[in-house]
Design a protein around this ligand. Structure first.
Ligand SMILES: [Zn+2]
Length: 98
């Protein structure tokens, strides 16, 4: 596997990890009607950082090789910023308006 491809997959894995943490803390919610559609929920980004840091310290969250706490923070931020902004599902909203 080439280095570029591996780096891309690693990036995706990190993003997924960040997203999963955002969902666990309830900063991001997945629409129950539209799997794969995410939107902003009640918790703050800071809450996710705290949860993740505590989890790593407690050994509950295992960081993959070559991934630092800083990388995890970046991944959480990227996932949050990608899926926040709306506090409702845009697909459900479209259906409601049509
Ligand atoms: Zn929806």
């Amino acid at each position: 596997m080439g280095g570029a491809k591996r780096a891309m997959e690693e990036q995706q894995d990190r993003f997924q990890m960040g997203l999963a943490l955002c969902i666990e803390v309830d900063a991001i919610e997945e629409c129950e009607h539209h799997p794969g559609t995410y939107y902003q929920s009640s918790a703050d980004l800071d809450d996710v950082y705290k949860f993740a840091n505590a989890g790593v310290s407690a050994g509950r969250i295992k960081l993959p090789d070559r991934m630092s706490r800083r990388d995890l923070t970046d991944a959480i931020k990227a996932a949050y910023e990608d899926n926040s902004g709306l506090d409702y599902c845009s697909s459900c909203d479209k259906i409601a308006r049509s």
